[in-house]
Design a protein around this ligand. Structure first.
Ligand code: NAP
Length: 319
């Protein structure tokens, strides 16, 4: 049977992603073949496709680590995963920008009935990153105040939902009125413009937030250091360049700055993150938000769209 997938033969502009037809992948004994119903598009896939990323795949390759669908076939050694089961993916052996994706059993997670396939495709990288940033690295605690600096995108909306459910006071930033409305609808107590640091101080009685989850550190790290509370924690999730900072602020306020690399997560970290996300979905606390859907062949348009401003949740492809 011929099936469709995106293939990248050379690094470059979004148009290097080509839709091709090829034979449906064969499942080896330790693999799972998933019929993909929706694919999550992440900024990192744009960096990789452009060739400007530290770790690049061998060419040709099919992009994507996130997706949702149902199990089409399992290898003879695979246990605990059934044909027909609804699943979401964090990771894939053959890439998720495709109608069918080969996975290791550890890359396949059960998808609750109440979560649609496009919502399931929004879970992997964004929700796992949100959990790692907020709890593993940020040590978020009920009663604290968090600034989600970049709260309107795939990761930011997830952080807002998790932080609110965990009992923090949540301030989220977005670049547009529609983005700020979305941030409030996800549970933030306050929504601000990205650069409105004066408002953050006003909302925290001049003390600043205890924790900042930062989506664009090359723009905001210095102002984060200026506004954060004494002994505050800054967690860098996103960064697209360099910035000059005054380290004296870290010293005088005893600020910690931590980075997140989702791919550094251990098997135990992944188990923790999935378990928490699963419970949040089952209890209706976590609800992935879809901004815009594109067809699989529109992958180049989806990459152009996600790198523009004005986020309102997650961008997905529907094969
Ligand atoms: P996304 O859906 O494209 O969202 C981007 C977010 O950045 C939006 O909320 C956007 O807000 C916001 N933003 C734009 N200008 C900003 C500014 N000046 N200050 C603060 N925020 C600003 O992307 P995503 O999937 O949420 O990922 C966010 C970032 O984290 C990306 O850079 C991504 O590469 C990175 N990331 C890193 C890891 C890791 O392991 N470290 C994992 C996942 C993602 P508006 O559009 O409303 O302006």
């Amino acid at each position: 049977m011929e099936v469709k997938s995106i293939v990248v033969n050379e690094f470059g502009a979004p148009e290097v992603m080509r839709l091709v037809e090829r034979q449906i992948p064969e499942v080896s004994p330790d693999q799972v073949l998933v019929k993909i119903e929706a694919i999550g598009v992440n900024p990192v896939e744009c960096y990789i496709r452009s060739g400007k990323y530290a770790a690049l795949p061998a060419l040709p390759y099919t992009p994507g680590t996130d997706g949702a669908g149902y199990v089409h076939a399992t290898g003879s050694n695979v246990q605990g995963i059934k044909t027909g089961q609804r699943v979401y993916l964090y990771g894939s052996l053959s890439g998720t920008y495709a109608e069918y994706s080969l996975c290791a059993p550890t890359q396949v997670y059960p998808l609750p009935e109440r979560i649609s396939y496009p919502q399931g495709a929004a879970l992997g990288v964004p929700y796992f990153t949100a959990w790692r940033a907020l709890f593993h690295k940020g040590k978020a605690t009920a009663g604290e105040t968090v600034l989600v600096h970049g709260a309107s995108g795939g990761v930011g909306t997830a952080v807002v939902q998790m932080a609110r459910a965990a009992g923090l006071t949540v301030i989220g930033s977005a670049g547009t009125d529609a983005g700020r409305d979305l941030v409030l609808a996800q549970g933030a107590h306050f929504a601000i413009n990205h650069s409105d640091t004066a408002k953050v101080l006003e909302l925290t009685s001049g003390n600043g937030p205890d924790l900042i989850i930062e989506m664009l550190a090359n723009v905001n790290l210095q102002s984060d250091l200026q506004i954060i509370a004494k002994q505050g924690r800054i967690v860098v999730v996103g960064n697209r360049g360099q910035i000059e900072i005054d380290p004296r602020l870290m010293m005088s306020k005893e600020i910690s700055v931590n980075g997140v690399t989702l791919t550094a997560s251990s098997a135990l970290d992944l188990k923790t993150m999935h378990s928490a996300i699963q419970a949040g979905m089952e209890m209706s606390v976590l609800n992935p938000i879809i901004d815009k859907s594109f067809s699989l062949e529109q992958a180049p348009e989806a990459h152009t769209y996600i790198m523009e401003a004005n986020s309102a949740g997650k961008v997905v492809l529907i094969p």
